[in-house]
Design a protein around this ligand. Structure first.
Ligand SMILES: NC(=O)c1ccc[n+]([C@@H]2O[C@H](COP(=O)([O-])OP(=O)(O)OC[C@H]3O[C@@H](n4cnc5c(N)ncnc54)[C@H](OP(=O)(O)O)[C@@H]3O)[C@@H](O)[C@H]2O)c1
Length: 367
């Protein structure tokens, strides 16, 4: 096919990778929408994308400024040529405040939907959402629309609300909602170039700044690599794949648990001389009530390492007490050649990378 794919958040971690994959594996022109405060930031982002995407980008990509907070966010973009939209832009911090999450993730999605409606040749409109749009429910989670069962943080709520808006208002568009797992490494080798709450929490354990594990040992975890996630997204962007809701995640039996993660990571840490010298004990699991008490006490202490470390863990900790198994039947039915990374191998490879590179501070780590 030859058309034009618009990617919002095109300079983000996944946006860049999806752009690269579409350049290599297809012949669409790409409209790369980026947030830029002024012409200087736009030029810097354009240069960065050109360097990252390489010679295949020349002549096939245009970078356009789109700030989803603006009423006229898509003013500079012509809808005529657009045949596919990948809506990747979002504020992705788990500790985002409600107002920012609403403005960017919810109202921004409303603006993308309004633009999509003006694209007369649209053949696929994909929202990148999260598995945790499921919120506080536990048990088996199907690839279907969710009721509001409450959310652990404003990020989750905003991704669910964005889904709901599109599922309500864009039923006549070729819409797919792609719920992604948390990406913890670029690829199976464990290299990390985007650090998130997962890596920051493991760092607290490594340096002895956190000695408790919130959550139940048996809670399944849903992590993947950028390579797996990007391959799935590009596969689902093919207009030949049915529209719908997809869980982009490894098969349910292939998820490891929180207990397995902690064991694997501490095995990696305990092989490291600098970690062993600190003589740290493995952390202990705590109940939800005692974790909440601790967070409350830390709130009163204001500042200091305990307050800071709990502050980075608490926005997602409650999910670790809410075991879920995500069905991925729809994904499996359309993706021949599906190959998810083995979760324990991935924990180990990523842990080794983090330790060897000291969470990215030490360059030149051989892999
Ligand atoms: N990576 C994951 O583990 C993961 C897991 C589940 C779901 N997802 C979803 O996948 C999508 C991509 O994630 P990612 O990891 O690539 O996130 P990311 O690296 O944080 O990138 C987000 C992108 O959105 C842009 N953005 C933020 N505010 C904006 C605004 N007001 N207007 C326009 N653009 C704005 C950012 O630009 P600036 O940086 O310049 O603000 C950036 O380009 C997101 O929708 C996320 O919710 C990701």
């Amino acid at each position: 096919m030859t058309g034009t794919t618009l990617i919002t958040g095109a300079d983000g971690y996944l946006g860049r990778r999806i752009a690269a994959e579409l350049l290599n594996g297809g012949d669409d022109a790409l409209l790369l929408a980026v947030r830029a405060a002024d012409s200087g930031e736009l030029a810097a982002k354009r240069d960065l994308l050109a360097a990252e995407l390489g010679p295949s980008a020349a002549g096939r990509t245009s970078v356009v400024p789109v700030d989803l907070r603006d009423d006229d966010a898509f003013g500079p973009v012509s809808p005529e040529a657009v045949t596919r939209i990948v809506h990747a832009a979002a504020v992705t911090r788990f500790n985002v405040d409600r107002d920012t999450a609403r403005r960017v993730n919810v109202e921004g999605t409303v603006r993308v939907a309004e633009f999509a409606r003006r694209c007369r040749n649209l053949r696929r409109f994909a929202l990148l959402s999260t598995l945790y749009a499921a919120g506080r429910r536990s048990g088996t989670v199907k690839e279907e629309r969710h009721d509001d069962t409450g959310f652990v943080n404003h990020y989750e709520w905003s991704k669910w609300a964005a889904e709901e808006h599109l599922l309500d208002s864009c039923a006549d568009l070729p819409l797919s909602v792609l719920r992604l797992p948390t990406v913890i490494a670029d690829d199976d080798g464990g290299r990390v170039t985007q650090y998130n709450a997962y890596h920051n929490t493991l760092k607290l354990y490594y340096y002895g700044l956190l000695s408790l594990v919130p959550g139940d040992q048996g809670t399944p975890l849903h992590f993947a690599t950028a390579r797996f996630t990007t391959a799935a997204v590009t596969r689902l962007l093919d207009p030949a794949a049915p529209e719908g809701i997809y869980h982009v995640c490894p098969d349910p039996p292939h998820n490891a648990t929180l207990g397995r993660l902690i064991d694997t990571i501490f095995e990696v840490y305990e092989r490291d001389e600098r970690f062993r010298r600190r003589r740290l004990l493995r952390p202990v699991y705590c109940t939800r009530a005692s974790f909440d008490d601790l967070v409350e006490v830390a709130e009163h202490l204001k500042g200091g390492p305990i307050h800071e470390s709990l502050g980075s863990v608490s926005p997602f900790a409650h999910q670790l007490y809410l075991p879920k198994q995500f069905r991925n039947d729809a994904l499996r039915s359309v993706w021949e050649g599906y190959a998810a990374p083995d979760p324990v191998d991935l924990f180990q490879a990523t842990g080794e990378y983090l330790v060897a590179s000291r969470w990215g501070r030490e360059e030149g780590v051989p892999r």
